[in-house]
Write a protein that binds this ligand. Sequence first.
Ligand SMILES: *Cc1c(COP(=O)(O)O)cnc(C)c1O
Length: 368
Amino acid sequence: MVDEKVKIPISKPIIGDEEIRRVVEVLKSGMVAHGDVVNKFEEEFSNYIGTSNGVAVSNGTVALDVALKALDIGEGDEVITTPFSFIATANAILFQRAKPVFADIEDKTYNLNPESILEKITPKTKAVLGVHIFGHPFDVKTIHEICQDHGLILLEDSAQAHGAEFAGRKAGSFGVGCFSFYATKNITTSEGGMITTSDREVAEKCRLLRNHGEVAKYQHAILGYNFRMTNIQAAIGLSQLEKLDKFNNMRRRNAEFFNRHINVEGLVKPVEIRKAKHVYHQYVVRVEDEFPMSREQFERYLKSNGIGCAVHYPTPIYQQPVYVKLGFGNSKCPVAEDVSSKVLSLPVHPELTGEQLEYIVQTVNSAT
Ligand SMILES: *Cc1c(COP(=O)(O)O)cnc(C)c1O
C-alpha cells in the first residue's frame, strides 16, 4: 500500500547553476561580507516590491526588530498583531518592550480581521503589525485606512508573501514591509531578510541599526547591532529574485490543481479573495468534523504515504509558554484558536511533478 519510493517534502529550496555561479564569483572576488552585491540586491528587490528603499539584514526576525525600533516603537506602546503566525512576529514587539495586543483573524484567509483590530485600539496603540499569512495578503486597503484614521503606523510582515499583491500592488509596499529569505520561503538567500519602505528617514535609521549606528568610519551615532547581510547571501538572492515570478506561478498552478481535484467532505480548501494575489507559501487545508479522520490522524496518514505535511501553526502565539509566563495567556481570539486546531499544510512548492500532484490528490481523496 505504502509506496516506499514516494517521499515528497513539504518544502524545498530550489538552487540552480546560476546561484552557484554567482556565489563562486563572490567567493573568488574576496569580497565575502557586506558590499556591492548586497547593495544591488537591495535595489532590485525594492524595485520589484515597488518601494524606493530596501535594507537587507541577516534574517526576517531582525528585519521586524529593526523596523519596529526605527519607527520608535518602545516601552508603553501597544502594537496590534495576529496570534496566528510564526512566533517571530510578536517577539519583535516584545524585543522593544512594547506590548503585543492580539486581534482575531478571519476564518477564510486566516488574516487579521479589521473589525477585531478596531476593537483593540486604545490611546496607547501605536502600530498595527499584520502578517500576509501563507502568502495571502491581508486586507491592506481597509487596515491601511484604519491606521490613517487613528494615526497608527502600518507594518507588514511579508515573510511569506514575496510577490503577493493586493489591488495590483505588492505586499510590503503599503506600510513598512519586512521580508525573510529563509530556506523554505518563496525565495531564499539561505538566511536573510529585507525591510522595504519608501520613507527615506526610516530606511536610514534601519541602515544605522543594522550596522552599529555607524555614520562614518568608526563614528557611531546611535546604539546599533551587526545585522548585516553578506555578498554571498545577496548573490543567491539576486538569482532567486529573477525566478520569483516563475516560482510563484508554479505554486499557484499547483494550488489550482489541488483546488480543482481535491474533493472530500469536511476538508476546507484555501481561498483567494477578490483583489488579492495569493502566492501560496503554504497550501493550507482545514480539517472539519465531517472529515473522516481527525487532523492528527490525517497528518499521520499522509506522512505514512510519503507526503510531507505540517501544522502551521498549532498554537496561537499567546498560548505559547513564553507568552503565558508574560501574562498573555488570557487573550481571547476564538477564530485563531479554532483554526489552529484544524489546519494542515500540504506540499505546494514549485518542484512538485505532475505525477506527485496527482498522487497527493489521490491520497487525500481516499482518506477514509
Ligand atoms: C519566517 C518568518 C519570520 C522570520 O523570518 P526568519 O528569517 O526565519 O527570521 C517572521 N514572520 C513570519 C510570518 C515568517 O514566516
